[in-house]
Design a binder for this molecule. Sequence first.
Ligand code: 13P
Ligand code: SF4
Length: 304
Amino acid sequence: MDDSYLQASLIELKKQRNALILAHNYQNNEIQEVADHVGDSLALSRLAAEASEDVIVFCGVHFMAESAALLSPGKTVLLPAADAGCPLADMATPDMVKEWRRRYPRATVVAYINSSAAVKAESDICCTSANVIQVLRSLPDKEIIFLPDQNLGAYAASQVPEKTIHLWPGYCPVHHQVEVHEVLAAKKLAPSSEVEVLAHPECRPVILTHADFVGSTTRIIEQAGRSKARHFVILTEKGVLYELKKRYPEKHFYFPAKDLVCPDMKRISLQQIVTTLQEMKPVISVPEPVCSRARRALERMLNL
Ligand code: 13P
Ligand code: SF4
């Protein structure tokens, strides 16, 4: 079926089901085009919490749909590709969190939103890449266990030196692979020296020393608009290019030679969204008692 037919079916189904389509900045272009809202993890969590529709179709990965389900009880949350996971989120389990708590009994556990609901349930508060510094500063305790991303944790530790942060050894396979020589080569692609490097904090600390700006996917997109520069090296997943080109057609964007593509984020197609709404599955839900405990950690973050 062609895209225009699928788009027309989708409009019809959305009305029938009273559904809202949320999409992450890394989704395929045709998904970003049909979504009601496109954003970073923080914005999408807020939108899910405030949604008035009966159904939320979450175009992202499993932990994001799970967070939407936690924050919008009573609604049906659908994830069009049931196998869209996050290898970073899989690097922490509830048993591991319990073990780290035994090792550091006085520490507060901060879980990056890129974690399962079961891990969130064992944590004190969540954060995203957009609010990690605000979350850490809000905590009365000095000692923190930060999980599961060592790079985001190291970046946050550099910004909040008054805290003692125990870093979990997880990493995002997409961002962790960026090399310094690739950043320098991408900078050379710009015709002038007036080039800014915008990086996601999931990149390694050595990469962030080459960045002019560090932030979440949405903050990167906003910074490209705010900056006077016309050329940008973008150090995050390539899906952000859709919005960057749409908003700033006069600006130029360069990526490292190694393709920064998250295969899990690319699993959803337009056809799958249509099928999901027709069949009303796969539904993402979180059973009790995990649900209440994980929600508490997420709401503590959103209430800041
Ligand atoms: P953002 O929260 O910045 O959108 O990033 C989510 C993510 O999965 C980054 O790899
Ligand atoms: Fe997970 Fe990395 Fe993909 Fe983000 S880009 S969803 S952290 S694997």
